[in-house]
Structures are given as C-alpha cells and as structure tokens.
Write a protein that binds this ligand. Structure first.
Ligand SMILES: [Zn+2]
Ligand SMILES: [Zn+2]
Length: 248
C-alpha cells in the first residue's frame, strides 16, 4: 500500500475557492500531508482567475505560513490556462519565476490569446459535441497545443487531461514523459479515467494524484483518484506524490 503525501492542486478565495490559504494549510496538516500547493486559476480565467496584483501578497502569506508551521512545506503555485494553439499559457514571462510550481490545464472560461485561438481552440471545442466537426483534427490541435505548452514553460503538472477537451492521451503522455511532466489524476473531476491511465502508463508517463479542492474540507481528499489509480494497476513509483507505506 501507499499513501499520498502532498496535494499539489488546491484553490482558495484568491480564485474561487471557499477558504483562505491558511485554512487549506491547516486542513492539509490535519490530513498528515507533508506538502501543499496553493494553486489559483490563471490570470485570464474570466472572473475567477487570480489577479496579478495579488501574487506578491500571496507569496508573503505563503512565506509567513512556512515560518509558522514547520511540519509542512507550502508552495505557491498556479493552475494556468492553455490560451493559444502555439502553447501560450496565461502567465506572462515575468511572472513565471514568482511561482514554485506551475500547473496547466484547459478551461472553457479563459480568455484566448487571439481571435484565431478563440475560434480554433475554444470555439471548436465548444461545438465539438454539437456540430458535425472534424473531431480528429480538433483532438490533434488540442494535443499539439498542450505539447507546445510543456515545451515552452516549466510546467510540472497537466491538470485533468481529457476533461473539458478531447486529447490524444497516448501522444500527450509520450511527450509528458520526455519532459518529466506529471499527468494528474484529479479526485474532483474523475479524470484521467482508468482507460486513459492505462494508455499513458505504457508511454512511460508519471502521474500525480490531486484533490483540486475548492473548499478546505476537501484538501487531501484523494479517494476518487486513488480508486482510479488502483483500478488501473498504477504502481506508486509512477506517482510523484505517493510514498510506499512501511509494512507493520
Ligand atoms: Zn481545473
Ligand atoms: Zn483546479
């Protein structure tokens, strides 16, 4: 057996979560976690993205809490949005170094980089299930955009791959493995699915199990993701935040 020792994907009131940074930290400590990342939505997430002006304030708070609690490491992260077919994410270059960990995902509520991206990346995914579009082409476009993003930025985790947009799991997993980027098994969304995990596993990908908590009470709640990992026979040495429990 193994246990998950870190939650790298949690939201606070700085995006649209319900608690403060300290509320999430306290919840993580109660669950016995050794690490937590505070990851608000990217800057261009409409209404719920964190504000660039808040980043320094968040950093000060994270610093204060790291000094206050010696039994847990707190990281300042961000769940950035993929906003362009060229792999652009919604974090300007000058902000990249301000974060300890960068996650990237696709969300329909983000402002695309350009009109072309609005049509091709966002528009086509909006009508994907409604209109008779070239689904294979859209799927490849989505996948290539994600691959370009992990080639461009120091992204550590792709959040909920396959949720919200269709991707070629095999191809994304292959490139993620090459770049040492972990694919998230998200306990809130139930993505990756068992099937996706099995496909990605064969490509040598690494995984991360996260809560994606939007409320402090959900921090460290990995139940649904662990069920997926177990069903896919995922070995803990392939999960970056798992530790094998000692036999007693
Ligand atoms: Zn997300
Ligand atoms: Zn999230």
């Amino acid at each position: 057996m193994y246990r998950i020792i870190a939650d790298f994907h949690t939201h606070t009131r700085y995006s649209h979560g319900k608690g403060s940074i300290e509320d999430n930290v306290l919840a993580a400590r109660r669950k016995g976690l050794e690490k937590i990342a505070i990851t608000g939505h990217g800057f261009r997430h409409i209404r719920i993205g964190i504000k660039p002006n808040d980043v320094d304030k968040m950093r000060e708070e994270v610093q204060r809490l790291n000094d206050k609690y010696s039994d847990i490491e707190i990281l300042l992260g961000i769940e950035s949005n993929l906003i362009g077919l060229d792999g652009t994410i919604d974090i300007p270059d000058e902000y990249i170094d301000k974060f300890d960990i960068i996650l990237m995902g696709f969300h329909k509520g983000a402002m695309p980089k350009s009109f072309n991206d609005a049509i091709k990346l966002y528009g086509s995914n909006l009508v994907y299930n409604i209109l008779p579009v070239d689904r294979e082409k859209i799927r490849m476009q989505n996948t290539q955009a994600m691959i370009r993003a992990i080639e461009k930025y120091p992204i550590k985790i792709i959040t909920h791959p396959g949720a919200k947009i269709d991707i070629d799991t095999k191809l994304l997993a292959k490139h993620a493995a090459k770049r040492d980027v972990a694919l998230e098994i998200n306990a809130s969304h139930g993505f990756m699915t068992v099937e996706y995990v099995r496909i990605a596993l064969k490509e040598g990908a690494k995984f991360v199990i996260n809560s994606d908590a939007h409320h402090p009470s959900r921090v460290g709640d990995f139940k649904r993701a662990i069920e997926i990992a177990l069903a896919a026979d995922l070995n803990p040495d392939r999960i970056i935040n798992a530790r094998i429990a000692k036999q007693t």
